[in-house]
Design a protein. Structure first.
Length: 94
């Protein structure tokens, strides 16, 4: 018999652009184009919503619809923990 495999899912690290979104959303909820603007050209209009959907599926970001046209995105508890861990990692490298 082989060794038993863990059924626990391993956390996937965010990409560099996802890390940027975590940093931007740490300041508070934003809608997609605010995230694009705050990224200083790192994130385009074409990719922001695809990336946000991926981050929602990872449990890092939550979506909140406000009004008929505005959808805001914010960090989940998991997203806040991931953001804090990334910051701590970067501080340790300094």
């Amino acid at each position: 018999m082989g060794t038993p495999h863990s059924t626990k899912k391993r956390a996937q690290l965010p990409s560099n652009t996802e890390t940027l979104v975590l940093t931007i959303l740490k300041e508070g909820s934003k809608y997609g184009l605010e995230i694009v603007s705050a990224s200083d050209g790192e994130i385009t209009r074409q990719e922001v919503y695809v990336m946000l959907e991926r981050m929602i599926s990872k449990g890092l970001v939550a979506r909140e619809k406000i009004g008929p046209k505005r959808v805001y995105f914010s960090l989940t508890d998991h997203g806040k923990k991931m953001s804090a861990a990334i910051e701590a990692f970067h501080r340790a490298l300094e």
